[in-house]
Design a protein around this ligand. Structure first.
Ligand SMILES: O=C(O)CCC(=O)C(=O)O
Length: 206
């Protein structure tokens, strides 16, 4: 079993490891250690090895560019209209745990693999035509801790937020977060091990 990633520190507010952010137009809950380390190690290794990772080509202005990360969609048809892979038993178990914790239901999950510090995701918010207005998005991270940055789309006087997403952390974005805030994982010049992020989503059936 790998021991690459440190035990995560728990934020304690009373007896709860959950942390809520109180910023304008934002609903955000962070739960470090949501998946305890031994299980997180096992998910990390299995997902790294067994996921059918593929490149993600996306339109940018008049060109098609390859995103600097690998992806895999499970559950429902993806943004490019390609068929998603059916849920694996272990992703179903993880989805059930996320659903139990959040009280929400998800019908799709996008897996992102950041192979090293050159991989990243640029500033964006998730596309509303697929997930509706004010969507709930639950993110679970395995592997390398990377900073997750958020900035308000309209009110530039609001300070950016940076949350280090650790091995086993759950982050729930809900309410108007996706409508009013953009998020981003920056590149890093430091040596970085792979990071896997799963975003559980509620895709609309078209
Ligand atoms: O890797 C992450 O934590 C964020 C992923 C993301 O922004 C996305 O899938 O839209």
């Amino acid at each position: 079993m790998m021991t690459l990633f440190d035990d995560t520190e728990l934020f304690t507010s009373g007896n709860s490891p959950r942390r809520y952010y109180d910023l304008p137009d934002m609903g955000l809950m962070q739960y470090d250690g949501f998946i305890p380390k031994p299980e997180a190690d096992s998910y990390y290794e299995t997902l790294l090895r067994n996921t059918p990772w593929r490149e993600y080509r996306m339109p940018m202005y008049d060109k098609i560019v390859t995103a600097p990360r690998m992806v895999a969609w499970y559950g429902m048809t993806d943004e490019a209209g390609e068929n998603a892979v059916p849920w694996t038993p272990e992703l179903q178990v993880l989805r059930d745990r996320v659903e139990k914790e959040t009280g929400l239901q998800f019908n799709a999950v996008l897996l992102n693999l950041y192979r090293n510090g050159n991989d990243s995701v640029s500033w964006h918010s998730d596309k509303e035509h697929l997930i509706g207005q004010n969507p709930n998005i639950a993110s679970v991270t395995f592997g390398q801790t990377r900073p997750f940055r958020l900035r308000h789309k309209v009110d530039k006087s609001i300070q950016q937020l940076e949350i280090p997403l650790h091995h086993g952390t759950l982050l729930l974005m809900h309410g108007t977060t996706n409508t009013f805030w953009e998020h981003h994982i920056p590149k890093s010049a430091k040596e970085m091990l792979p990071r896997i992020n799963l975003t559980f989503r509620q895709l609309r059936r078209s």
